[in-house]
Write a protein that binds this ligand. Structure first.
Ligand code: ASP
Length: 351
């Protein structure tokens, strides 16, 4: 049995999540959707789509806002570092009208990996570049290498090392750790990272009045990961997939689980066979559920959300659990004719 919060709260029967966005003339109402952190991104993307921009340029411009923001700790500048204190970013793009895709994995020093992914798509005959090669490609294309590790993220990383009980830790003499000399805000952030190491990927999908779709996913991946770990975000078919005839899908959350079931591709295939965007997300989550053979305790450690937008401009999202491990209710960002807002995700199971 699956529930939406609306199922639980709605007084009028028959209120479905998502939107019917086709006008009587058959034109699609332009729309952008994103993960919960993407309110600014969907606003920007929709403004550009309405202004006639290519949908991929629009969603990338939206995602750039987060990549450029040092306070967004799961994306671009200020993203969470790997276990060696180095920020490594993953991103993918897909362009519906031309059916092309590009991606970068574990790229260092470049704050806008979504733009690099687009250039991999446009200027190479490859689809994905990783690590040192991706960095060298970006520099050749004119990107400026910068230090992506902000002070907040550096202190959180040091605090994480200290907590692991290695030789890193409060000195024997004075007992102070990395957090001791940090500002109150940095200490609060670092403590939050220790309690619930966040990730903060953004997936952003858009459709224009012609029904053309594009999408991008950008992330610093799992906090404190092993150097070289690549998650689902740059994997075409997992963190992002779309078919311009059908719809688009993306994901945030535990990338390893998503890669195993080719999540975004699966969501789009369910839509191809008639599922609504929300139901397609829920059915895909069931595939993750079944990889755990009923072991609920283990599954409770997994948080993952899917987002879907079809060619008619209908959208939906679903989360594995009714709320994330840290208690946050799962939501997603939407911008369409009704404005930009956060909406509740449907969910498969209650914690
Ligand atoms: N999906 C991302 C990854 O596994 C992380 C996240 O979205 O939280 O790299």
């Amino acid at each position: 049995m699956v529930f939406t919060r609306r199922d639980l709260l709605a007084t009028a029967a028959g209120i479905a999540a998502g939107a019917q966005a086709q006008t009587p003339s058959g034109a699609v109402t332009p729309c952008a959707i994103a993960s919960v952190n993407g309110l600014r991104a969907v606003s920007k993307a929709l403004e550009m789509i309405r202004g006639g921009a290519d949908v991929l340029d629009a969603v990338i411009a939206g995602v750039n806002i987060l990549e450029d923001d040092p306070q967004e700790h799961g994306v671009g500048l200020g993203g969470m570092p790997n276990e060696e204190g180095v920020v490594e970013l993953d991103a993918s793009v897909m362009h519906g009208p031309t059916r092309r895709a590009g991606a970068v994995g574990a790229i260092q020093k470049i704050k806008n990996p979504s733009n690099v992914a687009k250039l991999v798509m446009e200027r190479t005959d490859h689809l994905m570049l990783v690590g040192e090669g991706a960095l060298r490609f970006a520099i050749a294309e004119g990107f400026q290498p910068t230090n992506l590790l902000t002070e907040d993220s550096r202190i959180a990383w040091l605090a994480w090392k200290e907590k692991r009980g290695t030789a890193w830790g409060p000195g024997l003499a004075d007992g102070s750790g990395a957090m001791a000399s940090a500002s109150a805000e940095t200490r609060t952030f670092a403590q939050r990272m220790l309690d619930h190491p966040i990730t903060g990927t953004i997936n952003c999908l858009g459709v224009n009045a012609k029904g053309d779709l594009s999408g991008t996913t950008s992330t610093s991946g799992m906090a404190f990961k092993i150097p070289g770990r690549v998650g689902d975000s740059p994997i075409i078919g997992a963190g992002l997939w779309l078919d311009n005839d059908i719809g688009a899908a993306g994901s945030t959350g535990r990338g390893e689980e998503n890669i195993k079931i080719c999540g975004a591709h699966t969501v789009v295939e369910y839509m191809r066979h008639g599922a609504s965007p929300q139901d397609a997300c829920l059915e895909t989550l069931k595939r993750i559920q079944r990889t755990y053979f009923g072991n609920r305790a283990k599954l409770e450690k997994v948080d993952i959300d899917f987002y879907a937008l079809n060619k008619k401009g209908e959208y939906g999202s679903a989360s594995l659990w009714d709320h994330q491990g840290d208690g946050r209710v799962s939501r997603y960002a939407v911008a369409d004719a009704k404005g930009a807002r956060l909406m509740d995700c449907a969910f498969l199971m209650t914690r």
